[in-house]
Design a protein around this ligand. Structure first.
Ligand SMILES: C[S@@+](CC[C@H](N)C(=O)[O-])C[C@H]1O[C@@H](n2cnc3c(N)ncnc32)[C@H](O)[C@@H]1O
Ligand code: SF4
Length: 337
């Protein structure tokens, strides 16, 4: 869902400013695409275990549009009775009328970009709400029967160890069920890279500094009893949905993508075109459906077993990706972008 209310400094995902007209046109196109794909043999005969509305910012959708998309997925795909339905988005969108639309529509997992709880740092990278507001909105969501995941980034401009570890502690205070901790990527040509080059923002940790931040968070989380699922993913509670998702990603049978792709990690610039003009999702048939037994997205992230020694010793990039061409830099790379 390639719409965001504001653009964050570090972000290079494919997204554009939220506008109701563009959103409506995009949702119309996506509904057509869902209706088309639901009739395909592979999908018609499949039981879907997991649905992920990813971003940009799916939570930016109006309650009416979110409701229409969720209804289409429910009605046109055969979802397993215990299917996991995730909505990704921003804490800023946690308002009662939106939450209501997601839960009525069958969402049972919400994955939120927090990035940091530190107000000054948040503002520095273009996030909207202050710490208190983030915690207030998370508490609002906590009252509902839904799994909550929070994303944090380490290595952000001016972020030091104390502020990072305070963020890790706050995750427990916010009582989230799981967390994704991302190492900051500074994309060539991105707003962040330009701001760093011209000295408009405070410096970011280098790779060795990022490794230190990662290791400090790891020690703190393990000491709290949080379980590490991969380099990025951690869980505080033993939830069946987590286990199911993990199993699914190890042995996927079918992976179908609808709508734009946030990154073209396998080098196919698919699905960008169809939403530049707002309403031609049905035209973009470039993304091949995965064949039975095929791994999801050749070149998409795979999670290697955590290898702290390698990371700490080399300050290595922690997302191990197969060779791919980065859509943003156009470079062929083995190391992720
Ligand atoms: C597609 S974004 C969607 C989340 C939502 N739009 C938000 O920002 O609140 C998913 C996650 O990617 C991570 N991310 C985005 N840009 C990143 C970067 N340059 N380096 C590392 N992680 C990044 C952030 O943690 C973000 O929450
Ligand atoms: S981090 Fe999320 S909200 Fe910020 S610009 Fe990227 S997708 Fe949009």
């Amino acid at each position: 869902m390639p719409f965001c209310q504001t653009k964050c400094l570090y972000c290079a995902f494919y997204q554009q400013a939220s506008r109701q007209q563009a959103e409506d046109a995009y949702v119309e196109a996506l509904l057509k695409e869902i209706a088309h794909d639901a009739k395909l043999e592979q999908i018609r005969t499949a039981t879907i275990d997991s649905v992920f509305f990813g971003g940009g910012t799916p939570t930016s959708l109006s309650p009416a549009n979110a409701g229409r998309l969720l209804a289409a997925v429910r009605e046109q795909f055969h979802l397993a009775p215990d299917a996991e339905v995730t909505m990704e988005g921003r804490v800023h969108d946690l308002v009662p009328e939106k939450i209501e639309a997601w839960l009525v529509g069958g969402v049972n997992r919400i994955s939120l970009g927090v990035q940091s709880f530190d107000t000054a740092l948040r503002r520095r990278v273009g996030r909207i709400d202050a710490r208190e507001e983030v915690l207030r909105r998370l508490a609002l969501l906590r009252r509902e029967d839904v799994t909550i995941i929070a994303d944090l980034i380490y290595g952000l401009p001016g972020q030091d160890l104390a502020s990072w570890l305070a963020d890790i502690r706050t995750l427990a205070e916010a009582d989230v069920d799981g967390m994704d901790l991302y190492q900051l990527n500074i994309f060539p040509g991105s707003d962040l890279e330009k701001a760093l080059r011209t000295g408009r923002v405070l410096a970011c940790a280098d790779l060795a500094g990022q490794a230190d931040l990662y290791l400090a968070a790891r020690d703190q989380l393990l000491a709290e009893g949080t379980e590490r699922l991969s380099f990025f993913h951690w869980r505080r509670r033993r939830l069946s949905v987590w286990l199911r998702r993990r199993r699914q990603f190890r042995r996927p049978k079918l992976y179908a993508a609808e709508g734009t792709f946030c990154l073209s990690a396998d080098g196919i610039p698919r699905r960008k075109a169809h939403h530049d003009d707002g309403a031609s999702a049905g035209r973009a048939r470039a993304a091949p459906l995965r064949q039975p037994g095929q791994r999801p997205g050749e070149g998409l992230r795979r999670f290697p077993p955590p290898d702290d020694a390698r990371f700490a010793a080399r300050g290595a990039r922690i997302c191990a990706m197969r060779p791919f061409t980065c859509r943003m830099s156009g470079r062929r790379s083995k190391d992720g972008c």
